[in-house]
Ligand binder design. Structure first.
Ligand code: ATP
Length: 330
């Protein structure tokens, strides 16, 4: 599979009133063309920050402190804001949890489509833009695109607004769609429809998607590969079928066992990923891990990878079949 995105040793800090927060540390993953990658982990483990850093949409005070993100060979972190803006929207589409945060409340939807299209395909007339927008909206299941185009964001329901955002994010046929908890704010009844819609748009064009979600069922149904994050680091990654049937990291096992019918093993003890104002020393999961020994809190765990590197687990006490010890990263 051709690699579309290769993130290596990505680290992100956020400057807060209490100091510099180490939100993402040494995260590595790759995404193939045509692949859907799920990013899972408990709230606060750095999922959003990881994906937002790729497209320069970090919160105020956030900055990439290390690593690279090669998108089709181009390092996204080495781009000036203007070139990153050119890539975003055109080659990388973004869908967020709250669609209203991405729509302008005071402009008609048609004008927002037009601005987007012209920013990347200058010279297109009003009618051409409207016709592209109409088609994109129809593709996302909006049957009366003209009504939506002539209206404003506040006239839309959450589900309709998310469809509009998906239409905008995919109208220029980007090679990568980044989707950050796209259905969390929507009614349960339409969550699945929206996920199916995104999957179909991505699969139809053989495009790729990164899907951030809390929901392991969604990963099982929609993703090819998965990275499991804990406290800013990737603790396990690989093909969904392998990771979910043979989870190796104690955290992945705990996450899966916490889902009803999710399998064997102990559920996660209470708590959550700790906020870190210092770079990590040992394994961040050690305080909640039933297998932890003294070593775990003093030495950073190695990344153990399968032959070929498809499967990676970051733990002192894990052996993968045919395991080799890889570089201590991501
Ligand atoms: N603007 C900010 N200021 C201070 N801390 C922040 C800011 N944004 C994120 N954080 C902190 O960074 C950590 C990671 O946040 P992030 O939103 O990336 O996690 P997440 O895994 O996506 O969580 P969720 O699933 O709840 O969205 C959290 O501890 C969060 O409190």
């Amino acid at each position: 599979m051709t690699v579309l995105l290769e993130a290596s040793n990505l680290s992100v800090n956020i400057d807060t009133p209490r100091g510099d927060l180490h939100v993402v540390e040494d995260v590595s993953f790759s995404l193939g063309e045509g692949e859907i990658l799920g990013v899972v982990g408990e709230s606060g483990c750095g999922k959003s920050t990881t994906v937002r850093s790729l497209i320069g949409l970090l919160p105020r005070g956030g900055r990439v402190t290390g690593g690279s993100a090669l998108f089709d060979g181009v390092d996204l972190f080495a781009q000036r804001p203007a070139s990153l803006r050119a890539i975003r929207g055109d080659q990388i589409g973004f869908v967020a949890q709250n669609p209203f945060g991405l729509l302008n409340p005071v402009l008609p939807i048609a004008k927002q489509f037009r601005t987007l299209i012209r920013a990347h395909r200058g010279g297109l007339g009003k009618a051409e833009c409207a016709s592209m927008a109409r088609e994109a909206l129809l593709r996302t299941g909006i049957h009366e695109p003209d009504r939506v185009l002539h209206g404003y964001a506040h006239q839309l329901s959450g589900g309709m607004a998310q469809r509009v955002v998906i239409a905008m994010a995919t109208i220029l046929d980007p090679r990568l769609l980044i989707s950050d908890e796209p259905t969390t704010a929507l009614d349960v009844t339409i969550q699945r429809q929206v996920l199916e819609l995104m999957r179909d748009v991505v699969r139809l064009g053989n495009r790729s998607m990164i899907l951030v979600t809390h929901d392991l069922g969604v990963v099982a149904q929609f993703c090819d590969s998965v990275i499991v994050m804990y406290s800013g680091s990737v603790v396990e990654s690989g093909k969904v079928a392998e990771v979910f049937t043979h989870p190796e990291h104690p955290y992945t096992r705990g996450l899966l066992a916490s889902v009803p019918g999710g399998g064997r093993g102990e559920t996660l003890p209470p708590g959550g990923p700790p906020a870190r104002f210092e770079p990590a020393r040992g394994c961040q999961f050690a305080p909640r891990c039933s297998r932890a020994e003294t070593l775990c809190s003093v030495e950073p765990p190695p990344t153990v990878s399968s032959l070929g590197g498809d499967r990676r687990v970051r733990c002192h006490f894990v052996e993968i079949e045919e395991a080799t010890h890889g570089a201590p990263a991501g």
